[in-house]
Design a protein around this ligand. Structure first.
Ligand code: FAD
Length: 341
């Protein structure tokens, strides 16, 4: 029989790997500790608004990724966004222009991962705590002690600090590779308003996203101006700088959102005041984005695959973006297919 593969983590990397295996007719089962697929491409649904608190949009550079993105566009789960991107420094706003293609999930970022998960076997709400067995016959043990397997191959697509304890008892080389990746934390805050933000002089009324030169706040997006969300009111995502987040890791969400709103107020042109928000919150991503990621090697470029059938993929093996995570998982999937046929 064809070798069965387990994939721990149903973020974009794990899903890209699963799709490559599934397309080749190879059996694959995904496991995720969360209630569904998505990982850092998931969205928060409040009664008043849908908020993206992880990835806000993604850019396209690589030809293989561009082909996948074209299929997602056909399926209707993404649309170009932002089309009005700005940068701001000390109250001065300027339109950000370049040739990069940028897209966002519609009607929320998680539409992409939901689309990729369609038709695949996903065991959600299952946190894998350890692996048992050896080459060719791995068992996954979850938080309740239940065993899943056997699997000939096990792909771990979680952030590398979470992959480390799974591989360390079995493979020193993979464990060492995990130690070489640094995943930085990020606070992602949100604020809802009863009325639209005031107009900013010299800036599109419908500006969609702004990059900030500030030690606290790096990016603000307007969720109600994302494709498919016109029915919701003014709803901002405010992403903190990684260094600032690291220093504030143990702060309360209330303190964090207050500091980030204050930073945004200071970034607005002089004389413009933010209205009082009607609801606020903040989410802490402990492993938000790789700061130092595994460097390329001649053989295993953006994933790791050991002879024992254990493999690692995800953004930490390539770079800090959705595209990097997808490519890492896709390339590993292709390698596993080549290995099995
Ligand atoms: P993840 O999405 O983290 O997937 C890993 C999965 O593993 C998760 O679903 C998790 O629940 C699961 N898991 C972990 N441990 C276990 C376990 N023990 N058992 C079972 N399941 C487990 N990229 C861009 O391109 N553009 C952006 O604008 C952008 N903005 C970002 C903003 C923020 C705040 C953050 C956090 C990230 C942003 N990124 C952005 C980066 C992008 O989101 C990530 O690079 C990408 O989503 C990573 O995908 P992944 O599959 O490698 O990992």
């Amino acid at each position: 029989p064809p070798p069965a593969t387990a994939i721990i983590g149903a973020g974009i990397a794990g899903l890209a790997c699963a799709r490559a295996l599934d397309a080749a007719g190879l059996p694959v089962t995904l496991f995720d500790k969360a209630r569904g697929a998505g990982g850092r491409m998931s969205s928060r649904r409040l009664p008043e608004a849908v908020l993206d608190l992880g990835a806000q949009f993604f850019s396209v550079r690589d030809p293989a990724f561009r082909r996948a993105v074209a299929a997602w566009r056909k399926a209707g789960c993404i649309a170009p966004w932002p089309t009005s991107l700005w940068s701001a420094q000390e109250g001065r706003w300027a339109r950000h222009e370049d040739d990069l293609e940028r897209l966002c999930g519609a009607p929320r970022v998680s539409a992409v991962t939901r689309h990729l998960a369609e038709g695949l076997t996903l065991q959600a709400a299952t946190r894998i705590e350890r692996l048992e067995g050896s080459a060719g016959a791995w068992q996954l043990v979850d938080e309740h002690g239940a065993h899943h397997g056997p699997f000939a191959r096990v792909v771990i697509s979680t952030p590398s600090p979470q992959a480390h304890p799974l591989v360390a008892p079995h493979d020193a080389t993979l464990a060492e590779a995990c130690e070489g990746v640094i995943q930085r934390p990020c606070w992602a805050a949100w604020a809802l308003f009863d009325a639209p933000l005031p107009a900013l002089p010299g800036v599109d009324a419908d500006w969609q996203a702004v990059r900030l030169a500030d030690a606290r706040l790096r990016f603000v997006t307007r969720n109600q101006l994302k494709p498919g969300r016109q029915a919701q009111g003014e709803s901002l995502s405010l992403l903190a700088n990684l260094e600032w987040s690291e220093a504030r890791l143990e702060d309360s969400p209330e303190t964090v959102v207050e500091a980030l709103l204050e930073a945004f107020q200071q970034a607005l042109p002089e004389g413009v005041r933010l209205p009082a928000p009607s609801a606020l919150g903040a989410h802490r991503w402990r492993y938000a984005q790789p700061d130092v990621f595994a460097t390329g090697e001649a053989v295993n470029r953006d994933y790791r695959l050991s002879a024992s059938g254990l493999a690692l993929c995800g953004d930490g093996w390539r770079g800090p973006r959705v595209e990097d995570a997808w490519l890492s998982g896709h390339h590993l999937g292709e390698a596993l297919v080549a290995d099995a046929t």
